[in-house]
Write a protein that binds this ligand. Structure first.
Ligand code: FAD
Length: 318
């Protein structure tokens, strides 16, 4: 089922869960066991992130340097297949422009259609480690809006085309990312929201936001999006803090603010692991309950390999 159909038919907010593919070396069973705690909540779907290939240069015996591919994580398509082989749940692979050509993406779409996957989150991805700014791969897309256009123009297999209701039906439902505290490269939030609108105008069906820790930031963002004519659902993204380090690593990695009150609470408890976990989890539960009371369609959780705090939040909120 397409996420757009789930969003349109849901009468109350539901949890949406995002996982990161395992590092090379982890087995399929280990992956499936790691997500088993989520399955008790019968999630409607599981998002699987995508990670660009990296390269490193190694010095050879003759003094020259050779370029080597480093692929640290299992691919999103493989992880989606593994999940669907065990659990009766839809999967939503993320597809990124970074490090790939438009042709390679089209081949990926063929593979997803072959597997019966018809939901995608379309993203640009980030620059390679050590690279200052994002640079598109020759023959690849520069922005997520171009990727959305590319996915929209995907015609699907002959069987799909024969059986679809109208020629304007599309095979894939597309989600895109939005940034309540602005994407770090954008000059200001208004410009960033106009760029977000390009993605929606190109065919995105819904938006998932970057994580935020102050709900006001999300409500203001939704208001600004509606003002410029973005009408698609905007799913808020949450992540519970669990360690003291995160109050500096998360703002740096995701270019966002942690509210003063949360920072103070975490700092006061900085040597007490259990207290830090409780503070982060309670904060997220309060955010989630408040979002639900404001009528959000779903709440997206960045699980990042953690299940204990997320399952506690799900038990308390849904
Ligand atoms: P874009 O929408 O292309 O925007 C990138 C920047 O370009 C923004 O500053 C925007 O304002 C600007 N821009 C856009 N269009 C134009 C234009 N036409 N002209 C000028 N400027 C423009 N990363 C991964 O690697 N893998 C993942 O699985 C992944 N999942 C994510 C899930 C969510 C919900 C979110 C919010 C982010 C995710 N990311 C992921 C991170 C994302 O790839 C980065 O934040 C990336 O830097 C931007 O991606 P985007 O799709 O938002 O890019």
């Amino acid at each position: 089922m397409k996420i757009s159909e789930i969003l349109a038919s849901s009468t109350k907010a539901y949890p949406s869960l995002e996982i990161v593919p395992p590092l090379r070396g982890m087995t399929k069973n280990e992956l499936l066991e790691s997500i088993a705690p989520f399955m008790e909540f019968s999630p409607k779907y599981i998002n699987v992130t995508s990670h660009r290939d990296e390269f490193e240069f190694r010095e050879e015996a003759d003094g020259t340097f050779s370029r080597h591919l480093i692929r640290n994580r299992i691919s999103e398509t493989t992880v989606c297949t593994a999940i669907m082989s065990k659990y009766d749940v839809e999967t939503v692979p993320h597809i990124i422009c970074a490090g790939t050509t438009a042709e390679e993406i089209e081949s990926k779409l063929d593979n997803l259609e072959f597997l019966g996957i018809n939901n995608i989150v379309a993203l640009r991805g980030d620059s390679m480690t050590g690279e200052k700014r994002f640079s598109p791969t020759p023959g690849g897309y520069r922005y997520a809006s171009e990727l959305v256009e590319g996915i929209r123009s995907y015609q699907g297999s002959a069987t799909y085309r024969r059986n679809r209701n109208t020629v304007t039906d599309h095979y894939f439902c597309i989600g895109v990312g939005g940034y309540p505290e602005k994407h770090f490269e954008a000059a200001n939030i208004e410009t960033d929201i106009n760029n977000l609108k390009r993605k929606v105008d190109a065919g995105a069906d819904y938006i998932i936001t970057q994580m935020f820790f102050d709900n006001k930031v999300y409500y203001d963002f939704v208001g600004k999006c509606r003002e410029v004519g973005i009408t698609v659902p905007i799913i808020p993204g949450l992540k519970p803090l669990s360690t003291f380090r995160q109050i500096s690593t998360i703002p740096e990695a995701f270019s966002l603010d942690i509210p003063v009150d949360l920072t103070k609470e975490m700092t006061n408890a900085k040597d007490n692991k259990e207290a830090l976990y409780r503070i982060g989890t309670e904060w997220c539960i309060n955010q989630c309950k408040d979002l639900i009371s404001h009528g959000v369609p779903a709440v997206h959780f960045y699980t990042m390999g953690k299940s204990q705090n997320i399952t506690e939040i799900l038990k308390n909120c849904f």
